[in-house]
Design a protein around this ligand. Structure first.
Ligand code: HEC
Length: 125
């Protein structure tokens, strides 16, 4: 019991350090954010092949390196689906909503990261 608590406390503490609890605006390390929150499904390199994806996944996580598919989305579309989850864009609930976990600035940074991965600008608008 005590051991568990210690581990949890250590985790919370290091998380607080990592995210910075100063409340000041700080640079977002987008690759870290992506690895931590997105890569388990979308894969570290964004190919949709993260370790979380099993055969019983009803849909594959989007391959972010597929420029043809990623060009169908505006940055606003990406923001919606990341903030509010798959169903907000008539997609699968297997894509979780992140608005309670990530700040808007982090989501904006992630959109930039996805545009690097697809090497595409996306749909206008
Ligand atoms: C639990 C697994 C999982 C995690 C974690 C996850 N996704 Fe997804 N994501 C999916 C799945 C599955 C889809 C495909 C949904 C569909 O096509 O119906 C998807 C779809 C998307 C889409 C929509 C692509 C399109 O063509 O409409 C975007 C954008 C996206 N994810 C971004 C992210 C970002 C950014 C993160 C990290 C903050 C993230 N995802 C984390 C599973 C996940």
């Amino acid at each position: 019991m005590m051991m568990k608590f210690t581990i949890l406390a250590a985790f919370v503490f290091s998380f607080a350090l990592a995210t910075g609890s100063s409340g000041q605006a700080q640079e977002i390390e987008v690759e870290k954010v992506f690895k931590f929150y997105c890569a388990q499904c979308h894969g570290v390199s964004g190919k949709g092949d993260g370790p979380n994806v099993t055969e019983d996944f009803p849909v594959s996580p989007r391959n972010f390196t597929n420029a043809a598919e990623m060009n169908k989305l505006t940055n606003a579309d990406i923001k919606n689906v990341v903030m509010d989850g798959g169903p907000s864009m008539s997609k699968s609930p297997m894509m979780p909503p992140w608005s309670k976990t990530l700040s808007e600035a982090e989501v904006d940074a992630l959109i930039g990261h996805l545009r690097v991965l697809c090497n595409c600008k996306g749909k206008e608008g």
